[in-house]
Design a protein around this ligand. Sequence first.
Ligand SMILES: *[C@@H]1O[C@H](CO)[C@@H](O)[C@H](O)[C@H]1NC(C)=O
Ligand SMILES: *[C@@H]1O[C@H](CO)[C@@H](O)[C@H](O)[C@H]1NC(C)=O
Ligand SMILES: *[C@@H]1O[C@H](CO)[C@@H](O)[C@H](O)[C@H]1NC(C)=O
Ligand SMILES: *[C@@H]1O[C@H](CO)[C@@H](O)[C@H](O)[C@H]1NC(C)=O
Length: 325
Amino acid sequence: MTRVWLLLSFVSLTSAFYLTKRDEFHFKSWMAQYNKAYDFEEYYQRLRIFTENKRMIDKHNEGNHSFTMGLNEFSDMTFNEFRKSFLLSEPQNCSATKGSYLSSNGPHPDSIDWRKKGNYITPVKNQGACGSCWTFSTTGCLESVTAISTGKLVPLSEQQLVDCAQDFNNHGCNGGLPSQAFEYIMYNKGLMTEKDYPYTAVEGVCYYEPSMAAAFVKEVRNITAYDEMGMVDAVATRNPVSFAFEVTSDFMHYHQGVYTSTECHNTTDKVNHAVLAVGYGQDNGTPYWIVKNSWGPYWGIDGYFLIERGKNMCGLAACSSFPVV
Ligand SMILES: *[C@@H]1O[C@H](CO)[C@@H](O)[C@H](O)[C@H]1NC(C)=O
Ligand SMILES: *[C@@H]1O[C@H](CO)[C@@H](O)[C@H](O)[C@H]1NC(C)=O
Ligand SMILES: *[C@@H]1O[C@H](CO)[C@@H](O)[C@H](O)[C@H]1NC(C)=O
Ligand SMILES: *[C@@H]1O[C@H](CO)[C@@H](O)[C@H](O)[C@H]1NC(C)=O
C-alpha cells in the first residue's frame, strides 16, 4: 500500500513521465542481472533514470543507425553522473599539432586486427570509478608494443601512472594523456607490472621501485593532430595506437556496430576519453577502427567498440601516440 502511494506521488512529481509495471519489471530484471541493490528512496530515482535510458535506447534501435545501443551496467546513471565517475572530469588539451611520426605512403592492408595476429593484447580491464582511462590506453599500448618486440605479453601497471606521473601534466583519477604518460615512463626509466603495482582506482602515494621496472620507453611518437592516415599507417605497419576522443551521452549506451555521432566535437581541446586502436576494417563500405575500451568486458562488444574511421570522428585523430621500446 505504502509502495503504491509512493509510486503514485512520484509519478505526480514528474508529471510528464509515466512508470508502468512493465518498466519496473525491466528494471528488476536488469537489477538482478547486474547485482544492483538500492535503498527505498534511491530505488525510485534509479528506476526513473533507467526507464528514461531504456526508452531512449529502444527509440535509437528502432531508427536506421550504424550502431545499436543496449542496456549495460551504467543504465541506471544519467550521463552527468557517468561523466563524473568514469571519464576524465575535464576535457584535456592535447594540442600536439606537430607530431614526430613520419608516415610511410602505404599501401596499407584493407583491414588489420592485432588481437588476431598473435598474443599482443591483454584482456579488457576495468578502470572503475576513476578518470584513469589515459593510464589504460597507455598500458594497453605499451603492453602490445613490448609484446610485438619481445614476444612476451605482460600486463602493466595503471596504478603507477595514477600515483606517479603528475609531473608530466597528468592528474591521477582526474585525467591525463597517453602521450604524457609515455613521456613519464621514458624519463622515469620504467613501468612496473600490474601484479607488482596493482590497480586500486584511487590516487595514492607513489611507490615505484626501479629494480622492479618491467617495461621501458625509448621514444614517444606523437602523430600529427588530425593526421588520421598517420594513425592508419602506424596501426598497419607498426602496432596498436593510443588515441583520445570526445565521449558524449550516446556513447555510454553503445552496444555494437560502427559508432558515429553528430553530438561530439572534433577538436584537440574537447577530448575526454583515451582508448587503444587495435585494428581497423570496413563494414558495408563504412571504414571503422577496432578499439579496446577500459570499462570491463561486458560493455560494448566484449569490452571493445567500433568507431567510424576517416572523418576524425569525435576528434579521434586529435592526439594519438605510441611508444618506441
Ligand atoms: C539506412 O541508412 C543507410 C545509410 O545512411 C541508407 O543507405 C539506407 O537506405 C537507409 N535505410 C532505410 C530503410 O532508411
Ligand atoms: C592548449 O594548449 C596550447 C599549447 O600549450 C595553448 O596554446 C592553447 O591555448 C590551449 N588551449 C586551451 C583551450 O586551453
Ligand atoms: C608528445 O605530445 C605531448 C603532449 O601531448 C608533449 O608533451 C610531448 O613533448 C610530445 N613528444 C614529442 C616527442 O613530440
Ligand atoms: C570538424 O568538423 C567540422 C564539421 O563537420 C568540419 O568542417 C571540420 O573540417 C572538422 N575539423 C577537423 C579538424 O576534423
